[in-house]
Ligand binder design. Structure first.
Ligand code: ATP
Ligand code: LTN
Length: 330
C-alpha cells in the first residue's frame, strides 16, 4: 500500500521564509513517493480573529503559493480544509478521547493564550485535536512540519493509539518529518523566538511576498552577536540563525556555509544571505502572481482536491463511526 503524507498551513497571514523552508518546500520532494494531501487550514485559522475578506483572499493566495512552490494538484489532493466536512466531524469524535489536561499543557496553546488573552476560545484549546483529525482521517504515515508542530503530531499519535487500544485497529499511527535544515528559523530581531507570521515587528520576519530590496534590508538589519566570527554556536544565536537560513536556501550544510564565510565580516555575510534568499524567492513570487490571475484554474484544482480528500476521509470516518457503535442504518 502506498504511504500517505499529510500537511497543512493556516491562511492566517503572509507566509514567512520559516514556513517555506520548514514546511512547504519539503513537501514537493515527496510527491512521487507518497500519496499526498496538502491543505489550507482555514478551520484552524479561525481560532484567532480573522478579517473575513482577508481570510478568503489569503486562502486562495496560499493555494497559488503551494502550486508555485511545486505542489502538483494533479498528483496530490490540494484542498481547503473547510471544504471537507469530515474534518469537523472527526474532530468531535476525537474530542471525546482527548483530555483537557493534556490540551492545556500544549506549548502553542499557552503561547497563544498569552498573546490573545482577550480571546482564549475553545477552538484555541481544541486546535491539536482538529489537527489530529486532519492527520488521522487520511491514514497518514508522515507529517512534514517545522519543529514547533512536533508536539501536536505527538498528540495525534497518542489519540490514534488510545482509540486503537479501545476499539481495535482503526487509525494508522503517524510520524512527524522534520527538514534536514531550517526546522526552526528564528526571528531576525530576537533569535530567542521563532520567526512567525504574526510577529508585531515587521523586521523580525521575512515574508515570501517581500520584494528584493525589503529582503536585503531586513537581513542587513538582522541582529548579530558580539565578536566577528561567522560560526554556529549557542553563544551566537543571531549568526547561527543566519547560517541556518543560508544553508537551507543554498542546500548546503552549515559547516560548508561556515567555511564559505570564514574571514569575512558581518556586513558582507548579511548581504550574501539577503541576496541568496531574494534570488530564491523571485521565481516563486512570479509564478504565484501568474497563477492568481487564473482564478478558474485555481477553483477547479481545489474542487478536484476536495473531492479526492472527501473520498478518503469518508472511508476512515465511517470506519471510526462503526467502531464506536453509531447506528449506521445497515
Ligand atoms: P503563527 O505565527 O500565525 O502561529 P506560523 O508562522 O507558526 O503561524 P503555521 O501556519 O502555524 O505558521 O505553520 C505552517 C508550517 O510552517 C508548520 O509546519 C510549521 O511547523 C512551519 N513553521 C512555522 N514557523 C517556522 C519557523 N520559524 N521555522 C521553521 N518552520 C516553521
Ligand atoms: N497547525 C499547523 C497547520 C496544520 C497542520 C495540520 C500541519 C493544520 N493541520 C495537519 C500538519 C498536519 C501549523 O502549521 N501551525
Amino acid at each position: 500500500m502506498e504511504k500517505v503524507m499529510y500537511s497543512a498551513t493556516q491562511p492566517s497571514g503572509a507566509l514567512t521564509i520559516g514556513n517555506y523552508v520548514g514546511a512547504i518546500r519539503n513537501w514537493v520532494n515527496y510527491q512521487s513517493e507518497y500519496e499526498c494531501y496538502f491543505a489550507m487550514a482555514d478551520l484552524h485559522a479561525l481560532t484567532v480573529r480573522q478579517e473575513p475578506a482577508a481570510l478568503r483572499r489569503r486562502t486562495l493566495e496560499l493555494a497559488a503559493l503551494y502550486i508555485a512552490c511545486g505542489v502538483d494538484p494533479e498528483r496530490c489532493a490540494l484542498y481547503v480544509q473547510s471544504h471537507v466536512h469530515e474534518h469537523a466531524e472527526m474532530c468531535w469524535l476525537l474530542n471525546c478521547f482527548a483530555y483537557v489536561g493534556e490540551m492545556s499543557r500544549m506549548t502553542q496553546f499557552k503561547d497563544k493564550s498569552a498573546k490573545h488573552a482577550d480571546n482564549i476560545n475553545m477552538g484555541l484549546m481544541d486546535y491539536p485535536v482538529l489537527m489530529a483529525a486532519d492527520i488521522l482521517l487520511y491514514q497518514t504515515d508522515c507529517v512534514p512540519v517545522g519543529a514547533d508542530q512536533t508536539q501536536h503530531v505527538e498528540i495525534a499519535r497518542d489519540l490514534a493509539v488510545r482509540f486503537n487500544n479501545l476499539y481495535g485497529e482503526t487509525f494508522r499511527v503517524p510520524q512527524a518529518l522534520l527538514p534536514a535544515s531550517g526546522a526552526r528559523i528564528r526571528s531576525l530581531q530576537d533569535p530567542a523566538k521563532k520567526m512567525s507570521k504574526s510577529d508585531e515587528n515587521p523586521n523580525a520576519s521575512v515574508f515570501l511576498t517581500d520584494d528584493r530590496d525589503t529582503v536585503i534590508r531586513k537581513f542587513k538589519r538582522a541582529v548579530t552577536d558580539s565578536g566577528d566570527r561567522i560560526v554556529q554556536s549557542e553563544e551566537k544565536p543571531g549568526v547561527s540563525n543566519l547560517l541556518a537560513i543560508y544553508a537551507a536556501f543554498r542546500g548546503v550544510s552549515v559547516a560548508d556555509a561556515e567555511r564559505e564565510f570564514e574571514g569575512q565580516g558581518y556586513a558582507s555575510f548579511k548581504l550574501a544571505v539577503g541576496e541568496t534568499v531574494a534570488d530564491a524567492l523571485a521565481p516563486v513570487q512570479a509564478e504565484q502572481k501568474r497563477l492568481l490571475a487564473d482564478k478558474t484554474y485555481l477553483a477547479g484544482a481545489l474542487k478536484a482536491g476536495a473531492e479526492k480528500a472527501h473520498y478518503a476521509a469518508r472511508k476512515t470516518l465511517s470506519k471510526a463511526y462503526r467502531k464506536v457503535g453509531f447506528y449506521r442504518g445497515d
